[in-house]
Design a protein around this ligand. Structure first.
Ligand code: PLP
Length: 356
């Protein structure tokens, strides 16, 4: 399928921010990628077009019944100026899994990877170069058919927008304090917790706001049935190092299968020296291990922060400190290794990198 490109005249391009001024999610580039779906016709008309508003009928299905999925990944600039993507096909494979669950037609992965690279080549000057910065990529699919009624739509729009984002850790790691959520739940087995679909995040807002009011940056979700086992935090999977065992909650349908999570598991298994267990872990076990000094480290893993050390956990009014409120050696080593591969300062022996 040929990808048509319509560019913005060079005198109408947006000014680009300085790397030092970059935050997350508030600046978007000059162009976007689009692809349409109509039942009977399939995905068609791939194109790069100027970034701009979508015009939607007020009856558009996504606005009422939330038939929507998205992805999140980054484009990195190497020190030689070249651009590269990390495990990009894993993101699109996951997007297709989300699509199946939400009755959205699956994408042709080769086509969307090519479409993304075409967009990135048009926007190459938007990829910041300072260590830790990157160009965030947000592929999205929305149901665009205009009708009221609960059934899968017959029309969809796939689009990709891009925005430069700042270094997550400007002055070194910032271990976070998390609140274990006792009242609200994020997802339940059999539901859509393993799907990157907007409704999951809308459903999490209330508990997150309550936690923010109490001074916490993140909530740690427990399983919805017993309120006993650790699931994950906002947009990160959780890992715990207890003695020499790295414990990772298993993917049971309620947890998002994070690509950073897989990457951590792959690397730690390769390095050896730790027992790696994908198993259920009760919050009581975490708290006990912390009290007894056996919880060596706890950290989140996700594309935005890569590794986010947890310094304090609060559950039922009790606060425990992890690793002295500092970043532990395993979290640091993982962060260094993963970012070195992403920015191309270490060779890619796993076949995780695609150049643009
Ligand atoms: C995206 C996301 C993650 C992390 O996935 P990565 O592929 O590592 O970025 C974890 N949990 C939730 C709920 C997410 O939305």
């Amino acid at each position: 399928m040929e990808i048509k490109t319509t560019t913005v005249p060079s005198d109408q391009l947006k000014p680009k921010p300085k790397d030092s001024e970059l935050a997350f999610g508030n600046i978007f580039t000059d162009h976007m990628f689009m692809l349409d779906y109509h039942a009977g016709q399939g995905w068609h008309d791939p194109r790069v077009v100027p970034y701009g508003p979508l015009v939607l009928d007020p009856a558009t299905a996504v606005l009422h019944y939330a038939q929507e999925i998205f992805e999140g990944l980054k484009c990195y600039r190497r020190t030689d100026g070249g651009l590269q993507l990390f495990r990009v096909r894993d993101n699109f494979r996951r997007m297709n899994e989300s699509a199946r669950r939400m009755c959205i037609p699956e994408l042709d992965i080769d086509l969307v990877v090519e479409g993304l690279k075409t967009l990135l080549r048009v926007e190459r000057d938007w990829v910041p170069g300072t260590q830790g910065t990157s160009l965030y990529i947000r592929p999205t699919i929305i149901a665009t058919e205009a009708f009221l009624g609960v059934r899968p739509a017959a029309q969809y729009l796939y689009y990709v927008i891009l925005g430069p984002v700042g270094a997550y850790y400007k002055e070194g790691f910032n271990p976070i304090k998390i609140l274990v959520e006792e009242k609200y739940v994020r997802a339940v087995r059999g539901g859509v917790g393993s799907t990157k679909t907007g409704g999951n995040y809308a459903a999490s807002l209330y508990a997150a706001e309550e936690a923010h009011k109490k001074g916490f940056t993140q909530v740690l979700w427990l399983d919805a049935i017993e309120r006993k086992y650790v699931e994950e935090v906002g947009t990160m999977n959780m890992l715990f190092l207890i003695d020499d065992e790295l414990v990772v909650p298993p993917l049971g349908g309620s947890i998002l299968p994070g690509i950073t999570r897989y990457t951590v598991l792959d690397l730690v298994r390769e390095w050896g020296g730790y027992r790696v267990s994908e198993r259920h872990i009760a919050i009581d076990e975490v708290m006990d291990a912390a009290r007894n000094g056996r919880l060596k480290e706890a950290f989140g893993a996700g594309t935005a922060a890569v590794i986010s050390p947890v310094g304090w956990i609060v559950y039922k009014g009790e606060e425990v400190e992890v690793a002295g409120g500092k970043t532990g050696p395993l979290a640091q080593k993982l962060y260094d290794e993963i970012t070195s591969i992403q920015y191309g300062t270490k060779p890619d022996v796993h076949g995780w990198i695609e150049t643009v």
